[in-house]
Write a protein that binds this ligand. Structure first.
Ligand SMILES: *[C@@H]1O[C@H](CO)[C@@H](O)[C@H](O)[C@H]1NC(C)=O
Ligand SMILES: *[C@@H]1O[C@H](CO)[C@@H](O)[C@H](O)[C@H]1NC(C)=O
Ligand SMILES: *[C@@H]1O[C@H](CO)[C@@H](O)[C@H](O)[C@H]1NC(C)=O
Ligand SMILES: *[C@@H]1O[C@H](CO)[C@@H](O)[C@H](O)[C@H]1NC(C)=O
Ligand SMILES: *[C@@H]1O[C@H](CO)[C@@H](O)[C@H](O)[C@H]1NC(C)=O
Ligand SMILES: CC(=O)N[C@H]1CO[C@H](CO)[C@@H](O)[C@@H]1O
Ligand SMILES: CC(=O)N[C@H]1CO[C@H](CO)[C@@H](O)[C@@H]1O
Length: 875
C-alpha cells in the first residue's frame, strides 16, 4: 500500500490504452438494439437558477469573473495525487485545490479513521436515523482529514444484477431504499461542509466491460425512458433534491453513448429535468473526449489524465484552454463549468476555515513525495495522523448490529444461553491472519469479510472479529479455524456456528477468478462454504450459519437440512464485525435487519437479462434492460415465483402486531402536478473571446514532470486564438448541437424535478406492538403502493415507497409510526407526456404495510380512507 492512490490509478488504467482517434471527435456509436437511441440535448443548462443556490452562485460569479482563462480551465481538471483526485487551483483568488477522496464507507488509504459497514449493511438496517448518523460521522471524518469531496454515496449500481461487483457499495435492490438511504447520507455528510458525490450516473450494473479502451467501447446500458425514471434515476433525483453537490458520471455508455459525453443524460436529464446545480465529474479515466464531453455537460475531468495516466496528457487542462481560444467550446460553457464548481464550494461553506488535506493517499509514512505523481523529489511531511474517529465506532457497531438479518430461526435456537457449549467453524470467524489490511484494496477474501474490494474500501484502524467478541462473553467456545471440516470430537447437542462468505468488488482486481462481478463463484459460497455447512449439519443438531456477503447467495445446498436451524446474514460489517453479532447471538439484543434484496431458490428464477452478466462481444457489449421495471421482487411477484426469502424479510426474537392503521389525504391529487415555476436568473458573463495571454504560463514557471497544467505555450495560444477570432468553422459538432438556453422541461422546476412531486399525498400511521413472549426488539414497517386496477400503465404489483423503524420495544410495548407517500410515489412516468402522472387520482390505490415485501398484513385505501387488517394479500 506504499503508493495507494498512484497504484490504484495505474491498475485502473491497465489495459486502457489511449486511442488518439478518440480525442476531440464524436465517437462512432456502436449499434444498440432497435428502439434505443442516444438522444441529443444541447446546450448545457446554466446553473444558478434554483433559489436556494442563489447566494452561492452570486459569490461564485464574483470570483469566476476575475479568473483568467487558464485559471478556469485549471479548476475543472485534476492535477497531482495527494488525494485520489485533486483539482487545480486559482490561488491568486483564494480558490484552493480541491481534494476528492474515496470511499463511500470511510476515508480511504489513511489511518485513524473508522471503516464503517458497507452500504448494503446500512440499507439492511432500514433505520433512517442511523443511516443519517452514519452520514454525519462520515462527513466529520472527511472534513477532519481535509478532504473537500466525499466520493459517495453509491446508488448506481442499484443492484439490478445479483452478481454485479459493486452492489454492496449501495443500499439494496430497490430504488426507494437506495433513494432514502442515499439522500440521508448526502444530508449527513453535507451538513459537515463536505461535498457529497452521488454516483455512478447511470447503468453501471456490472463491472466487466465497463471501460472504454482502444479496441472496445465500454458496454452500453440500454434503458428505456420509463425504466430510467422509475427505477435507476429515482435515487439520483432524491439526492439532487437533498442538495447533493457533485455527481459522478459512469464508465459505461447508455444507449450507445458514453455517460461522460452523453448529452441527453447530463444536460437533459440531470441538469435540466432534475435541476442539478452542482458539478458533474467523470469517473476515474472515464473521460474520453475533449470538446464533446464539455458540450455534453461534464464539468470536471478526474483524475485529469487521459486513459494512460501520468504522462502529462489530458483531454482538458491545456486542451480545454485551447478549445476555448479556438472557439470550439463557447466561453459560456467554460464559465458555467467553473461557476458550478466554485458555487458548490461556497454553498457548502468551504471558503471558511476548511482544513487542507492533512493525509496522503499514497503513503503511510510521515514524510513522502510532495508530488507523488512525478515519482521524484521534493520530499516533505505529508501525513499528520489526525485522529478523526471520535466515538464513531459506536455508530459503526450499531449499523453492523442493526443490519444483521435473521432469515430463519427454527425452534428458537437463537439466542444461545451464555452457558451454551459452542463450536465455531470457518476462517470467516477470525480476522485475516496476515493482518486486517494485508491485501491491496481488500482484493482478497481471507478471514472475516468486512467489505468488498476495489476503490470502495478503507483501511481498518482495528478489526473486532466475531471469534474475539464471542470469547469476550464465554470460555465455552472451541474454534476450528479452517474451511474444511475438521472432524472434531462431537457432542451432537452442542451449538455449531459456521461462518461462510461471498465476495465481490471492482473490476480493477481479479479475486479467486472473479472479475469484480461474481462471474466465477456466482451465488455459490466461497471456499466450499456449502460443504462445510453440510458436514457440520450432518454431525450437529443445532447449527447456526453466519454469512458475510456482498449480496444474495444460493442457500439451497443446506437450508432445508433439519439441523440448520438459524441463519444470520451479517452482510459486510466493516471494522465492527464482532460485538454486534455476539450481542445478537447471545440475545443481548434482538436482530432487526431486513433483507435489502430477495434471495431466490435458483438464479434462473430471474430473467436472463438480470440473472446473468453480459459476456465478451466484438464491438460494444450490449446490456439491454429488457426486463424493464421488473427487477428483484417486482419480477418475482409478476411471475408468481416464490423466493426463498423475499426482499424486506427479517426475523426478530420476538413478534410484532400491526394494528390501528390510519390513512389521511394531505394534498389532493390531480393527474398532472401543478405547472412548474420558470427558471430563476443565472450568472451572466461577457462572451468575448479571452485574450491569448490569459493562457500564457507565467515567465519562469517550473512545471513538474507528469503534472497537468492549464497553460499553453505562447505560440500555441496565439494560433488557437487566431482560429477563434476568425470564427473559422472546423469543429464537427455533434448532431443537434446548438447554444440556445431553454426554459427546461415541464417535469423540472426545482432540485430533483418539479417540487410539487414531493407534496405529501397521504400520511399513514400504524401502531406496532411487541406481541412476543420474552424478548424486546425493533420492528420495521414497510409501505408498498399498489396502483389501481385498469389503468393504462403496466405497474409492478407492489413497490416500496417508505419505511419506519420503531425504537426498542419492551414486551407489550408499542409505538405508532408515520409513513408518507408523495405525489411522485403515486405517479408513473408517462413517456408521451414526458411527465409524472397520477393515473387515476380518484381510484383506489392500496397502500400495503407490513414487515416484508411478501408479508403485508395491513391495507389502506386512498379512495375510502379506510384501513384493514387481514385483507387478501397482493403477493
Ligand atoms: C434510450 O433510448 C430509449 C428508447 O428510445 C429512450 O426512451 C431513452 O430516453 C434513451 N435514454 C437515453 C439516456 O438516451
Ligand atoms: C493550477 O493549479 C496548480 C496546482 O494548484 C497550480 O500550481 C497552478 O499555479 C495553477 N494554475 C493557475 C493558472 O492558476
Ligand atoms: C480546438 O482545440 C481542441 C482541443 O485541442 C480541438 O479538439 C479542436 O479540434 C480545435 N478546434 C479547431 C477548430 O481547431
Ligand atoms: C453432551 O452435552 C450435554 C450438555 O450440553 C450433556 O448433558 C451431555 O452429557 C453431553 N454428552 C456427552 C456424550 O458428552
Ligand atoms: C437559437 O437562437 C437564435 C437567435 O434567437 C435563432 O436564430 C436560432 O434559430 C436558434 N437555434 C436553435 C437551434 O433553436
Ligand atoms: C489513535 C490512533 O489510532 N492513532 C494512530 C494514528 O496513526 C498513527 C500512524 O499510523 C499511529 O501511530 C497512531 O497510533
Ligand atoms: C497540515 C494541515 O493542514 N493540517 C490540518 C489537518 O486538519 C486539521 C483539522 O482536522 C487542522 O487543524 C490541521 O491544520
Amino acid at each position: 500500500m506504499a503508493f495507494g492512490a498512484r497504484t490504484l490509478w495505474l491498475l485502473l488504467s491497465l489495459g486502457i490504452l489511449d486511442s488518439t482517434s478518440h480525442a476531440g471527435t464524436v465517437l462512432p456509436r456502436d449499434t444498440v438494439p432497435k428502439g434505443f437511441e442516444a438522444i441529443s440535448y444541447y446546450p448545457t443548462p446554466h446553473g444558478g437558477w434554483v433559489p436556494s443556490w442563489k447566494d452561492a452562485y452570486a459569490k461564485a460569479q464574483a470570483l469566476v469573473s476575475q479568473m483568467s482563462l487558464a485559471e478556469k480551465t485549471n479548476i475543472t481538471g485534476g492535477a497531482g495525487i495527494p488525494c485520489v483526485g485533486n483539482t487545480g487551483s486559482a490561488l491568486r483568488l483564494g480558490f484552493p485545490q480541491l481534494c476528492l477522496q474515496d470511499s463511500a464507507l470511510g476515508v480511504a488509504s489513511t489511518d485513524n479513521i473508522t471503516a464503517f459497514p458497507a452500504g448494503i449493511t446500512t440499507g439492511a438496517t432500514w433505520d433512517k436515523d442511523l443511516i443519517y448518523a452514519r452520514g454525519v460521522a462520515l462527513g466529520k471524518q472527511f472534513r477532519g482529514k481535509g478532504a473537500n469531496v466525499f466520493l459517495g454515496p453509491t446508488v448506481g449500481p442499484l443492484g439490478r444484477k445479483p452478481l454485479g461487483g459493486r452492489n454492496w457499495e449501495g443500499f439494496g435492490s430497490d430504488p426507494v431504499l437506495q433513494a432514502i438511504a442515499g439522500a440521508l447520507t448526502v444530508k449527513g455528510v453535507q451538513e459537515q461542509g463536505v461535498i457529497a458525490t452521488i454516483k455512478h450516473l447511470v447503468g453501471n450494473e456490472q463491472e466487466m466491460f465497463r471501460m472504454y479502451n482502444v479496441i472496445q467501447p465500454g458496454y452500453s446500458a440500454n434503458i428505456d425512458d420509463r425504466t430510467l425514471h422509475e427505477i435507476y434515476l429515482w435515487p439520483f433525483a432524491e439526492a439532487v433534491r437533498a442538495g447533493v453537490g457533485a455527481v459522478m458520471s459512469a464508465y459505461n455508455a447508455v444507449n450507445g453513448s458514453s455517460c461522460t459525453q452523453n448529452s441527453y443524460l447530463q444536460n437533459g436529464i440531470l441538469k435540466d429535468e432534475l435541476g442539478f446545480q452542482g458539478f458533474v465529474m467523470s469517473d476515474w479515466f472515464a473521460h474520453i473526449s475533449g470538446v464533446d464531453s464539455a458540450l455534453a455537460g461534464l464539468d470536471m475531468s478526474m483524475p485529469g489524465d487521459t486513459m494512460i495516466p501520468l504522462f502529462g496528457n489530458s483531454y482538458w487542462k491545456h486542451e480545454l484552454t485551447r478549445a476555448v481560444l479556438n472557439g470550439s467550446i463557447p466561453l459560456d460553457r467554460l464559465n458555467d463549468m467553473a461557476t458550478r464548481i466554485v458555487a458548490t464550494w461556497y454553498k457548502l461553506g468551504q471558503d471558511k476555515n476548511y482544513p487542507r488535506p492533512n493525509f496522503s493517499a499514497n503513503t503511510k509514512s510521515e514524510d513522502g513525495l510532495l508530488y507523488p505523481g512525478s515519482a521524484s523529489p521534493p520530499w516533505g511531511q505529508v501525513n499528520w495522523f489526525v485522529d478523526v474517529q471520535e466515538d464513531h465506532h459506536l455508530i459503526a457497531r450499531q449499523v453492523a448490529q442493526d443490519g444483521t438479518t435473521l432469515l430463519k430461526n427454527y425452534d428458537s435456537l437463537l439466542p444461545l444461553p451464555i452457558s451454551a457449549r459452542i463450536k465455531v467453524f470457518g476462517t470467516g470467524a477470525a480476522v485475516n491472519p496476515d493482518g486486517a489490511n494485508a491485501c491491496l484494496n481488500k482484493a482478497c477474501n481471507k478471514g472475516t469479510l468486512g467489505m468488498g474490494w476495489g476503490s470502495g474500501v478503507a483501511d481498518y484502524p482495528y478489526f473486532d472479529d466475531p471469534i474475539s467478541a464471542l470469547r469476550r462473553r464465554s470460555s465455552n467456545i472451541q474454534f476450528y479455524d479452517t474451511d474444511s471440516y475438521p472432524n472434531p470430537p462431537t457432542n451432537g447437542t452442542d451449538a455449531a456456528i459456521v461462518f461462510i462468505s461471498s465476495d465481490a468488488g471492482e473490476n480493477t482486481f481479479i479475486v479467486e477468478g472473479n472479475h469484480g462481478d461474481r462471474d466465477k463463484s456466482r451465488q455459490k459460497t466461497w471456499h466450499n462454504g456449502d460443504d462445510l455447512v453440510r458436514r457440520v449439519a450432518e454431525k450437529f443438531e443445532n447449527v447456526i450459519v453466519v454469512v458475510h456477503t456482498v449480496g444474495p447467495i444460493n442457500l439451497e445446498p443446506w437450508i432445508d437440512m433439519p439441523s440448520v436451524k438459524s441463519v444470520l446474514f451479517a452482510h459486510l460489517p466493516g471494522q465492527e464485525a464482532g460485538e454486534g453479532l455476539a450481542r445478537i447471538i447471545y440475545g443481548e439484543v434482538s436482530p432487526s435487519g431486513h433483507l435489502p434484496y430477495s434471495i431466490t431458490h435458483k438464479e434462473t428464477d430471474l430473467p436472463d437479462s438480470i440473472a446473468n452478466l453480459r459476456g465478451f462481444a466484438f464491438g460494444q457489449v450490449q446490456d439491454t434492460y429488457s426486463e424493464g421495471l421488473y427487477i428483484d421482487y417486482r419480477w418475482l411477484n409478476k411471475k408468481g415465483i416464490k423466493p426463498r426469502y423475499a426482499f424486506g424479510h427479517g426475523l426478530s426474537y420476538t413478534t410484532f402486531d400491526f394494528s390501528a392503521a390510519t390513512i389521511k389525504s394531505v394534498t389532493p391529487l390531480t393527474n398532472f402536478p401543478p405547472a412548474r415555476e420558470p427558471k430563476g436568473p443565472v450568472p451572466v458573463y461577457s462572451d468575448d473571446l479571452p485574450d491569448a495571454s490569459e493562457a500564457y504560463a507565467p515567465a519562469g514557471f517550473k512545471t513538474i514532470w507528469r503534472y497537468l497544467y492549464s497553460w499553453l505555450p505562447e505560440k500555441e495560444a496565439n494560433e488557437a486564438h487566431a482560429i477563434g477570432v476568425a470564427r473559422r468553422p472546423g469543429y464537427a459538432y455533434p448532431v443537434g448541437y446548438n447554444q440556445n438556453q431553454t426554459a427546461g422541461p415541464e417535469s423540472g422546476g426545482g432540485e430533483g424535478g418539479n417540487p410539487a412531486l414531493w407534496d405529501t399525498a397521504y400520511e399513514l400511521t400504524v401502531t406496532i406492538r411487541n406481541a412476543g413472549g420474552k424478548h424486546s426488539g425493533r420492528a420495521v414497517a414497510q409501505a408498498y403502493v399498489q396502483f389501481p386496477a385498469g389503468i393504462p400503465y403496466d405497474t409492478p404489483i407492489v413497490q416500496l415507497r417508505d419505511f419506519a423503524k420503531t425504537k426498542e420495544l419492551a414486551l407489550g410495548g408499542e409505538e405508532t409510526v408515520t409513513l408518507k407517500l408523495t405525489r411522485k410515489d403515486l405517479s408513473v412516468w408517462d413517456v408521451n407526456a414526458q411527465n409524472w402522472v397520477v393515473p387515476r387520482p380518484e381510484a383506489r390505490f392500496t397502500i400495503w404495510i407490513g414487515e416484508a415485501s411478501d408479508n403485508l398484513g395491513v391495507a389502506c385505501y386512498t379512495d375510502t380512507g379506510a384501513c384493514e387488517v387481514g385483507a387478501k394479500r397482493p403477493v
